[in-house]
Design a protein around this ligand. Structure first.
Ligand code: FES
Length: 584
């Protein structure tokens, strides 16, 4: 040993209550003060010497999807105690889908910043993130990926299904189905009010394979959720048990130093993409995965993802692509049954929060007969749920959820009926004088990341009332926005670049011809280059609204397009490491 090495004291990384001391210029005093204050809440020195697990509490009266947060926190704390740790819960922003204006997506990045900074600022050796409603899980995982403290995601779980006049119903595929029937005058006002009380039978997240369920499944596929943790419904004992196990495991992760960078690897993201396709997952899943992967330095290669899509059938028979609900998937073995079926296509050596590999976890999974997860020989849809499109209308791409589209419309050419923005659509879509027929293609501009702002789920354009009343159920619809994972239809989304940034979508006019070919993965505007150049010379960029100060100013300055996950530019690493999936 050299003299220098012998003289250099080992660097002790502070843990537990000693971690991240407040800067008063005197570390001894900082610790003294911190302990004095927390002792005011009745803690002993013995408790404060333990490994600390923070619990991000996203319970909120405005978020019924997280209505079981108090029970989950209690169970996590029990698990942490059982493993010899100390659990401390703390609040962060909670974002509920239908309680956020202009849209929950506008707030996702704010929640990710809150989560990242509170994990970093407060003393914790590991963190349990309680999330569930659509944007909360991606926001938390984006924040956790950047903070890189041992992290385990706990899902709040899906709501129970309800019943309406003898028919099983659940949010929110059935919300849209009944609303469509009401618009088409198939049901009256009394019935639509009646069903409104039946669609959501308990607290918890939407009961179909919408964005919340998709993100829960992707979390488990990436190994950042406890095995079996995606599917238990919110109000079941299984959900509470997963919470207890999550708390226990968080202590183990703190002790072993199992940080997100060891779990959220390129292989984990590729596994998640595979699962997204096989579950018929929400199109939002691709935006959120892109954002989470971006935080870890990975770009999602959408062309390669599309090649994966051609070899990955939809196996899960859940609405909106199929017929069942999340509680049925849980009874069928949950995501583990899906992972088992996909085993030959997965990276089994990817690490999970248990410290074991995905393959090791799957070795212990019982296989039994059930009717929710199909085999490769008998899929719900022969290819992956999502297809990636390109063309002169979407030079940087667009996507379509082909498993939830009308097969008759997937090869279609039609006349564009254009709405300049959401307000224009709201004003005119139900006008009896609107020049529209069932073969037309509805185009909605300016609902992209910048345009709305926040890329709202307005891409599910309603069928014009006069056509709905004539029995039209689906039309080709195109926008630069998103749609709810619970929605279905022949709907082209995430057109990039968006109209508000001058993408070709901005130049489309009513009467233009548009051709969609899902088989060729193309979306083409059949207008000459000369005419498009003429229109571009006349185009005026819409001005941002209320963008002078605050979060909205930051949002407009930093928001990226869908192909970068709509993350803020300054939250992404300065350089990307690799593409996912690797070249196929
Ligand atoms: Fe929260 Fe659907 S509204 S999960």
């Amino acid at each position: 040993m050299t003299k220098k090495a012998a003289d250099t004291p080992a660097v002790v990384v502070p843990k537990g209550i000693r971690k991240g001391l407040t800067n008063y210029g005197d570390t001894g005093f900082s610790l003294f003060l911190r302990k004095a204050f927390i002792k005011g809440a009745g803690y002993t020195d013995e408790a404060l010497d333990r490994t600390i697990v923070g619990i991000a509490n996203t319970g909120s009266g405005y978020n019924p999807c997280h209505g079981n947060a108090p029970q989950l926190i209690e169970a996590v704390k029990r698990g942490v105690m059982m493993a010899g740790g100390l659990a401390i819960d703390f609040p962060t922003i909670s974002v509920a889908e239908s309680f956020s204006t202009p849209t929950s997506m506008y707030l996702r990045n704010l929640m990710s910043m809150d989560t990242e900074e509170m994990i970093r600022a407060q003393p914790m050796d590991a963190v349990v993130l309680i999330g569930g409603c659509d944007k909360t899980v991606p926001a938390q995982l984006m924040g956790a990926a950047s903070a890189n403290v041992p992290t385990i995601q706990l899902i709040t779980g899906s709501m129970l299904t309800g019943g309406h006049r003898g028919v099983r119903v659940g949010a929110c595929t059935d919300c849209r189905r009944y609303w469509g029937q009401f618009r088409g005058q198939e049901i009256d006002e009394q019935e639509i009010n009646e069903v409104n009380s039946k669609l959501v039978a308990s607290v918890g997240t939407c009961s179909v394979m919408g964005t919340a369920s998709t993100m829960a499944c992707l979390g488990e596929a990436m190994g950042i959720v406890m095995p079996g943790g995606a599917s238990p419904p919110a109000v079941t004992s299984d959900r509470i048990r997963i919470a207890e196990l999550t708390g226990k495991q968080a202590v183990e992760m703190a002790r072993s130093g199992l940080t997100p960078d060891k779990i959220l690897t390129a292989k984990a993201f590729e596994n998640a993409l595979r699962v997204l396709l096989a579950i018929g997952g929400s199109t939002n899943g691709i935006v959120h995965l892109t954002a989470i992967a971006g935080r870890m330095g990975f770009d999602i290669d959408l062309e390669a993802f599309d090649r994966m899509s051609r070899e990955t059938p939809v196996l899960v028979d859940l609405k909106p692509s199929g017929q069942h609900y999340m509680e049925d998937l849980h009874r069928a073995g949950g995501l583990q049954t899906v992972l088992h079926a996909l085993r030959p296509l997965l990276h089994l050596d990817a690490l999970t929060v248990t410290g074991r590999t995905l393959g090791e976890e799957l070795d212990d999974v019982p296989v039994f007969s059930q009717d929710v997860v199909r085999s490769f020989a008998d899929p719900i849809y022969p290819a992956g749920g999502i297809a990636f499109l390109r063309g002169n209308l979407a030079p940087e791409g667009a996507i379509i959820k082909q498993s939830a589209a009308d097969p008759r419309l997937m090869e279609h050419e039609g006349r564009a009926v254009v709405f300049e923005n959401s307000e224009d659509m709201a004003l005119r879509i139900d006008d009896p004088e609107l020049d529209v027929n069932a073969d037309d293609i509805l185009v909605l501009k300016n609902i992209g990341p910048v345009g709305a702002p926040g890329m709202p789920e307005a891409g599910y354009l309603p069928i014009p009332k006069k056509l709905a009343r004539a029995g039209v159920k689906d039309m080709v619809r195109i926008s630069d926005g998103r749609m709810s994972g619970t929605a279905a239809g022949t709907i082209v989304l995430h057109v990039t670049p968006e109209a508000a940034k001058g993408g070709p979508l901005a130049l489309v006019q009513s009467g233009d011809r548009i051709r969609l070919s899902v088989a060729e993965r193309s979306i083409e505007l059949k207008v000459s280059d000369e005419e498009l150049a003429r229109r571009r010379a006349l185009w005026q960029q819409p001005q941002p609204v209320d963008a002078e100060r605050g979060y909205r100013k930051l949002f407009y300055e930093q928001i990226t397009q869908a192909d970068k996950g709509c993350d803020f530019e300054f939250l992404r690493p300065p350089a990307m490491r690799a593409k996912v999936p690797e070249d196929r």
